[in-house]
Write a protein that binds this ligand. Structure first.
Ligand code: SF4
Length: 444
């Protein structure tokens, strides 16, 4: 498994600094909200995902809230926090490993021992079994996955408990169980003549441990944006159809690329009887798509691609498969963050890229590869609001508490969920990939 090297770029990659400049009226461009320039402790008290791309999404009742951070951290300058993090990390040495997701702000990522996507980082955690603590600078479901894959002696820490994921929260275990009961009533449970069961549940990595556990218990499997096609092939060998949650776009884009017709992919809206589809449509279905989406990737549009092509003739447009289907269809290529990163790294110098994924990663790639022109398709600076909750103040706090011998903000998954969730993850790891990795459109 490859993890992106932590490099010191020649160009300033800080989205946060750009936002501060824009909101102060001193920088070019625009942000989705001026609240982005405030510290997360200014909005942690209210239920919501915080300012950023998912601020309009409805947060589930009972979502964790972060307690107030001590004043010393809230009042510290960026330089002071940076120094406190460095000092605490040096004091802890090998006792701690810090993981930074691609979508984290630069001021956090620079302290990470490993930088990558959620699954790469969970794997990285397993590479350091002697570390007492794994500090996961990402969102809640990622910390849960790290807890599933780490040893019992290791503590996984999420610096800000309010860092959830609005997409993961769109499929909760109760709604999925209710859906499953309705599907069982419709399809029965008997396998067909080929031994394939009526339906296989497939959950995207971006989901709660409870849903991974559900898949483990019901013959299902987990997928990532890198291996979704491999996983769907695995599922079609064992089931007549797939229930895919929570991201409709990853499910639709992947199944469409495999030749599944759109009219055999009905949507399941958990707020409607039979998900809002007819029993005929569900009977004929090959993939039932949960009504979930990522508010970051939903921002990308075909108009943005058209504008990029008009302004930058020859531009290479790559988007993430969490983008809507028409955006993926209009792009030159699509793929996971790992795919995007590798494509830019491998391109001949002087290539121009328009990228459809979270702005922190795009801006960092632009800084890391100054031989290319790399820009975000969305001209408005609007980071993932939940990732944005991991401010350096929280990182400094959890590290200094560790130095003092205290574990705060530990994420731990109970054995009743962890055991079946590991089964679903192990099925994914054992699934055999297709002959050629997907990414580019066939004609590209
Ligand atoms: S980018 Fe989308 S899927 Fe990823 S953490 Fe943010 S809301 Fe969730």
């Amino acid at each position: 498994m490859s993890i992106t090297d932590v490099r010191i770029p020649a160009i300033d990659p800080s989205v946060d600094r750009t936002i501060q400049l824009v909101t102060a009226g001193a920088g070019a461009g625009s942000t989705c909200t001026p609240e982005l320039a405030a510290g997360p402790w200014n909005f942690d008290g209210a239920p919501g995902y915080g300012p950023g791309s998912s601020m309009g999404d409805v947060i589930p009742v009972g979502s964790p809230r972060q307690g107030e951070l001590p004043r010393a951290y809230r009042d510290a300058t960026a330089e002071e926090l940076d120094e406190r993090i460095r000092t605490a990390k040096a004091t802890l040495g090998d006792r701690v490993v810090i993981l930074g997701h691609f979508y984290q702000r630069e001021e956090v990522v620079r302290h990470a021992d490993f930088v990558g996507d959620s699954f790469q980082l969970a794997g990285a955690a397993t590479s350091r079994p002697d570390a007492e603590a794994i500090v996961f600078c990402g969102v809640h479901f990622m910390a849960e996955t790290a807890d599933l894959l780490s040893t019992n002696e290791q503590a996984v820490i999420l610096p800000n408990l309010a860092a959830g994921c609005s997409m993961a929260d769109m499929a909760d275990i109760d709604s999925v169980q209710e859906c499953w009961e309705q599907l069982e009533e419709l399809y029965g449970t008997a396998p067909d003549a080929d031994g394939r069961v009526p339906v296989i549940p497939v959950t995207y990595m971006n989901s709660s441990a409870a849903l991974k556990g559900f898949c483990g218990e019901h013959g299902g499997i987990v997928c990532t944006s890198s291996n979704a096609e491999t996983v769907l092939e695995w599922a079609f060998e064992r089931g007549q159809r797939v229930l895919f949650f929570p991201d409709q776009h990853l499910g639709r884009n992947t199944a469409k690329a495999m030749g599944v017709p759109l009219d055999r992919m009905p949507m399941w809206n958990p707020r409607r009887p039979l998900g809002g589809s007819s029993s005929d449509d569900l009977t004929d279905a090959q993939v039932i798509l949960w009504h979930g989406f990522c508010s970051v990737h939903r921002r990308f549009t075909v108009e943005q691609i058209d504008r990029a092509r008009a302004e930058h003739p020859g531009v290479r447009v790559i988007v993430h498969p969490e983008c809507p289907m028409e955006v993926v269809d209009a792009a030159d290529e699509y793929g996971s963050t790992d795919y995007i990163t590798k494509a830019i790294a491998a391109a001949p110098a002087g290539t121009t890229f328009a990228i459809g994924t979270e702005v922190n990663l795009v801006q960092r790639l632009a800084a890391q590869y100054p031989q290319h022109t790399v820009f975000c398709l969305d001209p408005v600076i609007c980071p993932c609001s939940t990732m944005y909750r991991i401010h350096p103040g929280y990182l400094a706090w959890v590290l200094e508490r560790l130095v003092a011998g205290e574990v705060v903000n530990q994420i731990s998954v109970g054995a009743d969920v962890a055991d079946p969730a590991r089964v679903a993850l192990e099925r994914m790891l054992a699934a055999v990939p297709p002959v050629a990795p997907r990414g580019a459109h066939p004609e590209a």
